[in-house]
Design a binder for this molecule. Structure first.
Ligand code: DX5
Ligand code: ZN
Length: 214
């Protein structure tokens, strides 16, 4: 299992220390949550912080943009060192164009679905994306409860990917811990984002290793 710890739950007064911890851990990616206070009811951090993170680690940065019209920022996201750019389906009027622009900029293109947005909305783009990120909470905050309906949605997405011949990975974000993570692994997830479960654990590296082993 690919594990992408979300630094939204890190200690921002000691962000360098927390990035070094992730750098030494089994985490494959580092998940960066950008919020604009419009698409979601919260504001987190932006490009200067992501650039600073990229200078502290060689691990790929998995950037999740919870902002309106994220296609405006493809160049800015690339320039701050992102490897994966996640855009919300609900925030892109011309999703196909945005996905192409992300790939043309040399990044992996991922499309994110809110809990209420059906998997079927991706039928016509599934072979063009590198990853689909399913939100298992309503985006905007860390530490929320996992919406269990997402297990069935993960199975449906797995079927769509397998039947279409797409190579897209499935990533899940929100309320992931060892219990929900095990169920998600069984449902067909390839990658798990975890914020609270990692950073509020007594031994974050051990939690990352245990999630990786699922
Ligand atoms: C929520 C963010 C998540 C968040 C996950 O809007 O997209 O990445 O940090 O946090 P946990 O794992 O605590 O639910
Ligand atoms: Zn996220």
């Amino acid at each position: 299992m690919i594990v992408s710890p979300s630094i939204l739950s890190a200690d921002f007064a000691n962000l360098g220390r927390d990035i070094c911890m992730l750098d030494e851990s089994d985490a494959q990616w580092i998940h960066c949550d950008v919020m604009d206070g419009v698409f979601v009811p919260n504001i987190s951090f932006g490009f200067p912080v992501i650039k600073a993170v990229s200078e502290l680690t060689d691990k790929p940065l998995d950037v999740h943009l919870m902002i309106v019209d994220p296609g405006r920022y493809v160049g800015a996201v690339r320039d701050c060192g992102a490897a994966i750019m996640n855009v919300h389906q609900e925030a892109c009027t011309h999703l196909h164009r945005t996905v192409q622009a992300i790939r043309d900029a040399g990044m992996k293109a991922a499309v994110t679905l809110n809990p209420a947005t059906p998997v079927s909305t991706l039928e016509d783009i599934i072979t063009d994306v590198d990853m689909v990120l399913l939100m298992s909470v309503n985006p905007g905050f860390g530490g929320q409860k996992f919406i269990s309906h997402i297990l069935e949605k993960t199975r449906r997405l797995r079927r769509l990917i397998d039947e279409s011949g797409s190579k897209a990975l499935i990533e899940i974000d929100g309320g992931v811990n060892l219990t929900t993570g095990a169920a998600l692994a069984e449902a067909g997830a390839d990658a798990l984002v975890a914020g609270n479960a990692v950073f509020n654990a007594p031994d974050p590296k051990q939690v990352i290793s245990a999630l990786t082993a699922l």
